[in-house]
Write a new protein. Structure first.
Length: 517
């Protein structure tokens, strides 16, 4: 980076004096800095911050260190006061992230701060030339803006809160679309992936319902984590902070348990407020068996479980939660999906179901309604949604890879036992002779006909006309749902009909592709 002071010595002298004056005007650091550790729900302390260049801190429950050694001693007091200001006015985890971003460019920090302490118009010119030309990472640019906000809040040099909007308007450099992956649809799970996850939850809960001890601890815990990430879009940090006393369970003799969990928006406590908004979320009752079993193990066998906190519900930090969810989605769908992608998918489901921007903000636990507006841009129109429901959308027609083998001809189908020949009349529409079942209808927990096309054990008949008739029968039922305005993703029956149509279309595509060979 070219030092602007070398070519203009008179400016260098002025800048050094302004920097020295700014340091002298700073309030002395207190004997102890106290901050809130949201993960362990504790107030922690940093002793003698002025005397030490290493501050021991906690980041997402893990021990960490803020090291000021790389910063020039002349600017170290400013950097220390900035970090303290962030800790007292925001989230410590975010504050540590901002510090690390500045730490990565510590060798240039003195020149940057020297130029920041001056006339805001000159700073704007410096920002648009020197800062932008450095091609910093987005996090580093945000950290520098945080420094200027600190100057505004503390009245350093000519800065004041009157310049807050001025700082907000400084450019980030090359235009970045942080919602590009949302607009492209890359972050959304396919219908096939969602169907496989739903099928996994169905099967696991049937097993747990029959025998609570059959499923291993890790598998049961990871399934519960995946549920809250997939169904409610919760972040790993939120999941890591759920405690046992945040869960309420009601057990019924004639059905699955009813489970309610308190979720925090964000535990950002400071000396201004002690209020932390929470929501109570309800678990889908058909899938509540697995969390009920985990609660029983968590309470009765805590000594045998490897827990990072004694009162934690799941007992692992957010980094391990992310890893567990990614591993499980890869196992279920053969594609590694992150909690962020599950959160995006959950948000899009809500929008496609017709929720308002305010309802979406509440679902995602956003503090600003405008944050989730991108999902409304991506959401299909009503006509597109109906086309999706009828299996006509090109986006959905290529999603399913469920059935590409194990087709049977009519002779083989007729030779199967009666129990393995599929026939049913869901919603009064006969679906008969579409194929065979690998386990037999009497052993199937699902609705024959509607569930077969999305089942791994289905052996479709290799005659196109039979599946076209099945498709027309299901499509008629879908049209009845549309006429009754029941075509949202929150309607389980409609969702099943849509997945069935997509499965039928895939079978027809496979038959057509084989015939063309």
């Amino acid at each position: 980076m070219t030092n602007s002071f070398q070519s203009k010595p008179h400016l260098a002298s002025d800048a050094k004096k302004a920097l020295a004056d700014a340091v002298e005007a700073l309030q002395p650091l207190p004997a102890v800095i106290r901050y809130y550790d949201d993960y362990h729900d504790k107030i922690r302390s940093i002793a003698d911050p002025a005397k030490t260049t290493r501050w021991p801190v906690r980041k997402f429950g893990k021990s960490a260190s803020i090291n000021f050694d790389r910063f020039d001693p002349s600017i170290r007091p400013i950097v220390k006061n900035w970090v303290m200001w962030m800790f007292l006015n925001g989230d410590p985890n975010t504050s540590i992230g901002y510090f690390l971003a500045l730490h990565a460019i510590a060798s240039e920090a003195k020149e940057i701060l020297s130029n920041f302490i001056g006339d805001p118009i000159r700073v704007k010119n410096y920002w648009e030339t020197s800062i932008i030309s450095m091609n910093l990472k987005l996090g580093q640019t945000i950290a520098l803006k945080s420094l200027l906000n600190f100057f505004c809040d503390q009245g350093i040099g000519p800065w004041s809160m009157d310049y807050a909007l001025f700082v907000a308007g400084l450019p980030y450099g090359e235009k970045r679309d942080k919602y590009r992956s949302v607009r492209d649809g890359e972050v959304f799970l396919t219908t096939q992936e969602e169907g496989l996850i739903v099928e996994y939850f169905d099967g696991l809960n049937e097993i747990v319902k029959a025998d609570k001890e059959f499923v291993q601890d890790g598998k049961l815990r990871d399934a519960c984590l995946l549920y809250w990430s997939y169904q409610h879009g919760l972040r790993p940090l939120q999941l890591s902070m759920i405690n046992l006393n945040d869960v309420r369970q009601h057990v019924w003799n004639d059905g699955p348990p009813s489970i309610h969990v308190k979720i925090e928006y964000a535990k950002q406590r400071n000396n201004r407020t002690k209020y932390n908004p929470i929501q109570t979320r309800t678990m889908k009752r058909d899938w509540a068996w697995m969390l009920s079993a985990w609660l029983e193990r968590r309470k009765n066998r805590a000594n045998t479980l490897d827990l990072d906190r004694p009162d934690s519900l799941f007992g692992i930090p957010n980094v391990e939660i992310t890893r567990a969810i990614c591993n499980l989605t890869e196992k279920i769908t053969r594609r590694r999906r992150t909690p962020t992608e599950l959160r995006h998918t959950a948000a899009q489901r809500q929008v496609d179901a017709g929720c308002s921007s305010l309802e979406l903000a509440e679902f995602l636990m956003h503090s600003r309604v405008t944050t989730g507006l991108v999902y409304f841009d991506f959401s299909p129109t009503q006509a597109d949604r109906i086309n999706r429901a009828l299996g006509l959308s090109p986006v959905y027609s290529a999603l399913s890879e469920i059935i590409k083998t194990r087709k049977v001809d009519k002779a083989k189908l007729l030779g199967l036992p009666d129990d393995q020949q599929i026939g049913a009349a869901p919603h009064g529409r006969p679906i008969i002779g579409i194929g065979g079942c690998g386990i037999g209808q009497s052993h199937c927990r699902k609705n024959p006909g509607l569930s077969c096309y999305t089942c791994q054990k289905f052996m479709p008949l290799d005659e196109r006309e039979v599946h076209e008739e099945a498709r027309d029968a299901v499509a008629d039922t879908v049209r009845e749902f549309i006429a009754a305005a029941k075509y949202d993703k929150g309607n389980p029956a409609f969702m099943q009909l849509r997945r069935t149509l997509e499965g039928i279309e895939q079978v027809l595509d496979d038959i057509g592709a084989e015939a063309a060979k």
